[in-house]
Design a protein around this ligand. Structure first.
Ligand SMILES: [Mg+2]
Length: 214
């Protein structure tokens, strides 16, 4: 077995944890976020999800800019772009917490000589709310789907290849940790070592993870 040189972390459901279980995980980051926004704008959840569907899908792969998506949604919900942005940021911060224990472990792994990287699907508003620079500046590369230089999302094999290219590593030298089966499958097909994340306790007991600590 080749020596592991890098650990690639997912954000939603791994480095940030939803406070409430999500019904539409994968499609929407967390239903609690959308419920919060719905209440603020006094619209029905189904109508709301229909209204944001296309814009959200385009925004998460960077097909539309933050300014544009905020403008479209503000118009839909009859509010100002500034207010809309504020409410979303608040909604994400209310519904997610940073997984401090896992950040600590990641930084320890970095001290041990491993590269630590991020591979995450976000749209601009969740990125802004959930990925504060102080937590992420120690990771490299930080690959986020909505960014101009990325413009694609998991499980597109190309986004994993981009991550490997930036790491300058072979698939077998990396471990990818994600909470979604379909994201894991895609990485596995490329030869990346994978761990399907369920909880810190489960991860810390994982053989592959434990092997990192020598
Ligand atoms: Mg996730």
């Amino acid at each position: 077995m080749k020596k592991i040189k890098a650990i690639i972390f997912d954000v939603g459901g791994v480095l940030t944890l939803g406070k409430k279980p999500s019904l539409r995980e994968g499609r929407y980051h967390n239903l609690g976020v959308h419920e919060y926004v719905v209440k603020k704008f006094k619209v029905l959840l189904d109508q709301y999800l229909d209204a944001i569907d296309t814009s959200y899908a385009q925004a998460i792969v960077g097909e539309i800019s933050k300014e544009k998506v905020v403008k479209i949604l503000a118009k839909n919900f009859k509010t100002t772009p500034r207010k809309l942005e504020k409410i979303y940021i608040k909604a994400y911060r209310k519904n997610f917490k940073q997984n401090k224990q896992l950040f600590k472990q990641a930084f320890k792994l970095k001290q041990l000589g491993y590269k630590i990287a991020i591979l995450s699907d976000q749209w601009h508003l969740s990125k802004e709310a959930l990925m504060p620079n102080k937590n992420y500046k120690k990771f490299s590369p930080v690959i986020v789907s909505c960014d101009f230089a990325v413009k694609m999302r998991k499980p597109n094999p190309k986004i994993y290849k981009l991550t490997l290219k930036k790491l300058k590593l072979k698939p077998s030298e990396c471990i990818f940790i994600d909470n979604q089966k379909w994201n894991i499958e895609s990485a596995k097909k490329l030869g990346i070592k994978t761990i399907l994340f369920k909880s810190n306790n489960q991860l810390f007991k994982n053989k592959l993870w434990r092997g990192l600590w020598g």
